[in-house]
Design a protein around this ligand. Structure first.
Ligand SMILES: NC(=O)c1ccc[n+]([C@@H]2O[C@H](COP(=O)([O-])OP(=O)(O)OC[C@H]3O[C@@H](n4cnc5c(N)ncnc54)[C@H](OP(=O)(O)O)[C@@H]3O)[C@@H](O)[C@H]2O)c1
Length: 407
């Protein structure tokens, strides 16, 4: 006969509600694999429950409120009281990870957060446990389903960003206030977490440079199609000799790239290390039931007694200038010498052109290029020079491109 594991549930909204139902439906299955039968022993909502009482009556606290206040205080108090904690809260881990991991270690309890990045796709477990024996050198992927849905819509229908966002909101893929998703902040928090785990170094939210997708135009998408590229909002965390760089940016991919076919609200994360070459994981990055499944998976791991608490083992410098290749869209006056002047600015900066499309004439003339990989600092310097040329009819636009071809 299995003993009971009492779960104090903080928050019973989209994920918390699905989690409570799932615990009821799967309690027997969890008992079979872990030897303990989970049961919700108390629920805290704005309108229900008392935190102190819930804490006293639970073995594991599951935090599904979101945000950092009051979630940080509750989670800290739970850890200090010797309770294991499971959370799906990326902001909490990205902003207060140092403090929370220290509290968990001090109390000798587990803090698990699989659902905080890429929903039910088990990236946290794979990076911090399955691949603990190798030195991961790069983690990158699509970690925000809202923006991937919007970009997929824009590519499929030719819609503007605003129309695709409105459609995502209608279908429940974007929140009423989508700022954090479309501006890249949500993906930045997730990449800070992945980088910390992958490289064993404290990566904070401020260390992540990020851009969103609000400036992407239907024209960019049309040109991309012509060049055989697809656009994704990518998070990239990389280890180099100089240190660690963590960035989020919209980026064109060639069709053979494993992330190119990841469409709609799906997430996908790739992990690279010399010993393993490359692993790609993909699946639903959000949704009540999928996310609750990851949360209950963490509960199972705790009950089965696995896994140490994450600990940073070194402090690596954060690198700001890295190499990238770019797509550049220039609106120019159609007159002799334009191409040579553009080539001259790029050449001075040591940048070479990989492919180019020229369209229109007179006031409609456009140059769209994909450039070979170069230092971002050199590129942005050249872009500023291009903007000054007198035949330029609008500010140049630039989007990164992943140059490798796979498959
Ligand atoms: N939704 C997803 O697909 C998804 C995916 C991955 C991760 N997550 C993460 O999962 C967490 C929960 O998200 P959700 O979508 O389930 O949120 P939600 O639907 O807004 O639910 C939040 C719950 O927390 C409760 N709550 C809010 N403020 C509180 C306070 N001050 N004190 C006590 N309870 C409070 C709410 O109480 P009331 O019921 O009284 O309003 C509600 O039950 C977040 O960290 C989110 O980032 C969500």
């Amino acid at each position: 006969m299995s003993s009971e594991a009492r779960i104090g549930l903080l928050g019973r909204g989209t994920v918390g509600g699905a989690f409570a139902d799932l615990v009821e439906a799967r309690a027997g299955a969890v008992a079979d694999v872990s030897g303990r039968r989970p049961q919700i022993s108390g629920v805290l909502r704005r309108s229900e429950g008392d935190f102190g009482e819930i804490l006293g009556g639970s073995d594991i606290v599951v935090e599904l409120i979101g945000g950092t206040d009051p979630a940080r205080d509750y989670v800290l108090r739970a850890l200090e009281a010797g309770k294991h904690v499971v959370t799906a809260n990326k902001q909490l881990i990205a902003q207060h990870g140092d403090e929370l991991f220290a509290a968990a270690r001090k109390a000798g309890v587990q803090l698990r957060f699989e659902a905080a990045v890429a929903g039910v796709v088990p990236v946290i477990r794979v990076i911090s446990e399955s691949l603990a024996a190798t030195e991961v050198t790069k983690v990158f992927g699509i970690v925000n389903g809202t923006t991937n849905f919007i970009l997929t819509e824009m590519a499929r229908t030719g819609a503007s960003f605003a129309d695709a966002l409105a459609h995502a909101q209608e279908l429940g893929y974007a929140e009423a206030d989508p700022t954090d998703d479309v501006g890249g902040a949500d993906a930045a928090a997730k990449m800070a977490i992945l980088a910390r785990l992958a490289f064993d170094t404290p990566v904070r939210l401020d260390d992540v440079s990020y851009e969103g997708i609000t400036e992407i135009s239907p024209e960019d998408m049309a040109y991309a199609k012509e060049l055989g590229l697809s656009l994704k909002l990518l998070g990239v965390a990389e280890l180099s000799e100089e240190g660690v760089s963590v960035r989020v940016f919209p980026c064109f991919l060639y069709p053979g790239h494993p992330l190119a076919p990841v469409e709609g609200p799906f997430n996908a994360v790739m992990v690279q290390a010399p010993a393993i070459t490359e692993i790609t994981m993909s699946g639903p990055g959000a949704g009540g039931l999928a996310t609750a499944t990851a949360v209950l998976g963490d509960v199972v791991s705790i009950l089965a007694g696995e896994a140490p608490v994450h600990e940073t083992r070194r402090e690596l410098p954060i690198v700001s200038d890295v190499a990238s290749s770019f797509y550049v869209h220039l609106e120019v006056a159609d007159r002799p010498g334009v191409l040579a002047a553009v080539a001259d600015v790029l050449g001075q900066a040591g940048i070479s052109v990989k492919s180019m499309v020229q369209r229109g004439a007179g006031e409609q003339a456009r140059l769209v290029m994909v450039l070979h990989e170069t230092s971002e600092r050199a590129f942005y310097g050249a872009l500023a020079e291009l903007a000054k040329l007198d035949f330029m009819r609008a500010d140049p636009r630039a989007i990164r491109v992943i140059e490798e071809q796979f498959g």
